[in-house]
Design a protein around this ligand. Structure first.
Ligand code: FE
Length: 175
């Protein structure tokens, strides 16, 4: 009976909260819960209290970055941004993705095939919706960004699926 309830739950809620409708996740182990957080960021970390984050983030930014929320698909302000520049963490300003790696995934969330610099994005395994997905976080402030999947385009084959609320955009300055 419990299994049937779990299946019903998945059928009901997966389409609402998943950013990976037709893809496999990179993390494959759905049975073990272990410490899977990986962060190779070399600089000083940014650490703030919840109160301090609330003072500098909007409600929706706080919900996504600090409470691992997901904005509704096709609602983010950076989804259709095609300008040249750098996408930085909205929490701490760390550069995360370059505009040259942005592509249209059709998911409704800004999508990138690579990170701008090794170490700037941390990963963890997330069992939030009943199976394993690879969560991506800012390497410096641990703000939740979204998830990474293995159905992206060449050359990496990766798809970093990111909430607009987690990002700020810095346009390239004209010379
Ligand atoms: Fe950050």
């Amino acid at each position: 009976m419990k299994n049937i309830e779990s299946i019903l739950y998945l059928l009901l809620f997966l389409p609402l909260i998943s950013c990976n409708a037709n893809s496999k996740t990179i993390a494959s182990d759905t049975t073990k819960k272990q410490n899977t957080y990986v962060n190779t960021f070399k600089g000083d970390k940014v650490v703030k209290t919840d109160e301090e984050w609330k003072n500098i983030l909007s409600e929706s930014e706080y919900y996504v970055l600090r409470e691992k929320g997901t904005e509704r698909s096709f609602t983010g302000d950076l989804l259709d941004n095609n300008s040249e520049g750098v996408y930085v963490c909205r929490g701490c300003g760390l550069p995360l993705f370059g505009s040259e790696s942005k592509f249209k995934s059709g998911t409704g969330w800004p999508s990138f095939f690579e990170i701008i610099k090794e170490g700037n994005v941390a990963t963890d395994t997330d069992y939030h919706i009943g199976y394993a997905r690879t969560e991506i976080l800012c390497g410096r402030c641990d703000g939740h960004l979204g998830h990474v999947f293995d159905d992206g385009p060449a050359p990496t084959g990766l798809r970093y699926c990111v909430n607009s609320a987690s990002l700020d955009f810095e346009a390239k300055r004209k010379p």
